[in-house]
Design a protein around this ligand. Structure first.
Ligand code: PMP
Length: 383
């Protein structure tokens, strides 16, 4: 199998990730923060070290401001539901994934006013419209760091400068970029960062996280046992306990910690460079096929490792099916849980075929994928 669906979840994981999950289940196994015995203390330490790795990667000063979540969706819901009240205003963009789109529509039905800033046909944000919306001082802006359909990198740092100046909270959905693209929360003006643990961070599914700056008050989505302040009926005010109730996914977080350590040891920039080189090869090869229409930026500048295309006159779902069945290539076709982005690109009716290379793909695999698309593009190539 040639796996080109890393935007959905990365595979394979580094060997150390598999090992860490297994070691955690077999050797640590206790409930973190719930007991003074040495196994429970080891489990607590594991969680803390995982937070420290993430803090190093994202330029976060206090690792305790990071909480673990089930995934990026969970983190986004925690931030939107915990921050906004009826009457508040929030601004977002026309390239968002349903993780953001549905969350903002959900609070809109409860009285939050939502403004969606348009993007161009290749997924670029209308910065002037964003500036105007921010100057109206909404409570928050929520935007993805990169589109999961086109890989287009959004101008987070520019928006961060505007939100900071106006005292507006900036929430960033880094599901597609965490672990690969540079993220520096202080330097980019990010107040809240939501991320998946199972994509670029190379951890297992069922992991994700949320960073909340000390300057922003986010009410808990869930309350309950935290292992701290057990005598009180009330949720602790301090982080991470304030936003982390119930037994965490400790084996998953052990894997996430190992994924982050792999990134820090390999060098995030080296991972990014390899993924972009594969993406460049893919873009150049697909561009040579006359029937292919590519979406998003023409080059890898301003793009992460995601490539969406359509083949003239051919159904995206059937192409993905043929790639899987006849060529052993895993990719994703359709709307990718991002109908707003497809509306923006003009592909809401057709969807696209999406290839998303990862660090463990090879140039030979990319060349095979291009050759497969070339064959499928021939008349009668798609049976
Ligand atoms: N936002 C974006 C931009 C995404 O690509 C995804 C995953 N496809 C999500 C949010 C949701 O991430 P998760 O599956 O970790 O909840």
């Amino acid at each position: 199998m040639i796996y080109l669906d890393n935007a959905a979840t990365t595979w394979p994981k580094p060997e150390s990730v598999y090992q860490a999950v297994d070691d955690c289940l077999r050797l640590i196994g206790a409930n973190p923060g719930r007991g003074g015995h040495s196994m429970a203390r080891q489990a607590s330490l594991l969680l803390y070290e995982a937070r420290e790795g993430l803090a190093e990667l994202f330029g976060i000063e206090d690792a305790n401001q990071i909480v673990f979540t089930h995934n990026a969706t969970d983190a986004i819901c925690m931030s939107i539901f915990g921050l906004l009240s009826p009457g508040d205003r929030i601004v977002t963009t026309a390239m968002e994934h349903n993780a953001v789109a549905r969350a903002v529509r959900f609070v809109e039905a409860k009285g939050v006013q939502v403004t969606v800033i348009p993007c161009s046909g290749d997924g670029q944000l209308d910065l002037a419209a964003m500036r105007a919306a921010i100057s109206n001082k909404p409570k928050a802006v929520i935007m993805s760091h990169a589109s999961n359909v086109t890989g287009t990198l959004m101008p987070v740092a520019e928006v961060g400068e505007m939100t900071r100046r106006q005292g507006v909270v900036l929430i960033v959905d880094a599901a597609q970029t965490a672990g690969v693209e540079a993220i520096d929360v202080a330097g980019m003006g990010i107040d809240i960062l939501a991320f998946s643990g199972h994509k670029g961070l190379l951890g297992p599914q069922g992991t994700g996280g949320l960073f909340v700056s000390r300057t922003v008050a986010v009410a808990p989505l869930r309350v309950g046992g935290t292992g701290s302040l057990s005598e009180s009926d009330n949720q602790p005010e301090f982080m991470p306990d304030r936003l982390e109730s119930g037994t965490p996914n400790t084996p998953g977080i052990a894997g996430l910690k190992a994924g982050v350590r792999f990134i820090l040891a390999t060098g995030r920039k080296n991972i990014q460079a390899k993924e972009l080189a594969l993406t460049q090869l893919l873009l150049a090869g697909l561009k040579d096929i006359a029937a292919v229409k590519l979406y998003g930026a023409a080059s890898t500048a301003g793009r992460t490792a995601v490539v969406s295309f359509t083949l003239a006159g051919k159904d995206s779902g059937l192409i993905a099916h043929a790639l899987d069945r006849e060529y052993g290539i895993a990719c994703r076709a359709g709307l990718h849980c991002a109908p707003w982005a497809h509306q923006t690109l003009g592909t809401i009716k057709t969807g696209t075929v999406r290839f998303s290379p990862g660090y463990f793909n090879t140039r030979a695999e990319i060349e095979q994928a291009i050759a497969a698309v070339r064959e499928l593009a021939l008349p009668g190539g798609l049976r």
